[in-house]
Design a protein around this ligand. Sequence first.
Ligand code: HEM
Length: 527
Amino acid sequence: MVLSDLTVSLLLAVLPTCAIAFGLYSTYRQWVDSSTRDIHYPPGPPAGSFLGKASIFPTSRPWLTYVEWGKKYGDILHLNIYGQHIIVLNAVEDAVELLERRSGLYSDRPKDPMITLMGWDFNVELMPYGQQWRAHRKLFQHCFRSKSSIAYRTLQSAKINDLLYALLTRPGDFRSHCKETASAIMMATLYDNDLKPDTTDYFTKVFDEGVKRAGNDDIAGVTFLKLFPILRYLPTWSPGARFKRSASGVKQLADRMRDIPIDYVGKGLLNGTVGPSLVSDLLENCYVQKEFDMVKHLATSSCVGGIDTVASSLTSFFLAMALFPAVQKKAQEKIDMSMGMERLPTFNDRTALPYLEAIYRELMRWAPVFPLITAHVSTEDDIYKGFYIPKGSNVVANVWSMTRNEEKYPEPEAFNPDRFLDAEGNLNDDDTVLTFGFGRRICPGRHMATATLWLAMVSVLATFDIRKKTDENGKEIPIDRDYADALRSRPGPFECSITPRRGNSAKLIREVIHTISPESTIGSDTR
Ligand code: HEM
């Protein structure tokens, strides 16, 4: 037997022993902590035997299980999975107190050696709380804070006009149009305001491949590696190192996502062939490699975080309108009353349309893109409401539970924008969109995402009717409200009929397409 084989065999023999020792140690810590301090972890489901601990962890739609456990154990839950403490927060007040008011303690992210192996350490969302994250976050604030996001409105309007045109000519593909719109806005803002449709499609493909491969369960679920980071030094060829071979495949795709679009901008700047963009502005002010890398990370993280999320919400909007026609009708009346019927809406109409704002809030409540927010990790021991939250806990806000709070939102599965309005029809103060997260890690792209979604919704409602499809007997075909069982939620397949609302809808759309947007990036029809 060669020495390296021996090493591998030894490792494989030693690991189960280590796992048992680790489990015993964590149980011992738990006992020491609670007995000496006279404080306890928050309640939670019984862990069972040591080897059974992982089996309590819900693998399918965990947010629903946490709601059920919440009814039995309370709003703050504790799970201990092989020594990893997980705190689930089912109530908004607790998330605000811990993740916002005590954000100095709760802003780290889980450490996962796979992130570096997979080449995903560019992603600001996964960066540990520290200097590097702070520098990136500052750049994000600079580019995407509320005021800066106004600069992207012309592009957003043009791409949303393209969406209207695509719905007019190929309504059956509305789902792809949602994704294409989200993609076109993000890519053109970042890489080239005049980005050609073919290049947008190519970049989107590069991102889709990278994200899909990284989300592969085979790779993401390598819990053993989290417990024993030393395993990352296993040679790639050795037995038990399949995760390393997979990770290297993921890394190649991650490198393509990071490098291909930015190389396009870099070359375009040298040759004078690229239009203005956020990245080209930032690159003009880069003097050292570190600054250049930050721009790359910003752009790649924005595409990873800001395309499928926006596309998911936009698709949910079509679902909500098909399922709740009375809401749709009321919104259309409000639009007609406020701006007439002879033009398309613009961002300037926003303040005059509180009912549309309420639809936006209700959409984000009814179909939160993140039912569970990306885990925040605590960097110090803490006591909250008499419970002990140890340093290194993964703290997860259960937005699903918060948005289904029946005291605040009666009949939570009904799509009812009126919950955000007072008796006079003015917006109430319930204006926090929980699915954007909390505290120092709150989504920095939320202003841009909100603007895209608002204008898309109001423009579609002004020009189209969205209905359930009917069968040959004119009977409505029911739609299932089915969502993918994924941490980033999206509606499952459904069909609806999308038809121009009035005689002048098509004319209005064709007019803006020809005057504002000479080259549509959404859909490939000739017009
Ligand atoms: C509907 C659209 C979107 C939703 C629902 C959403 C949601 C979220 C959530 C839940 C987080 C984690 C927050 C936390 O840990 O508390 C997050 C982080 C992030 N989002 Fe978004 N997002 C959206 C759009 C965008 C857009 C358009 C961009 C880019 C312009 C973006 C970029 C990011 C980045 C970079 C982070 C990491 C922040 C950090 O860890 O410091 N997102 N987003």
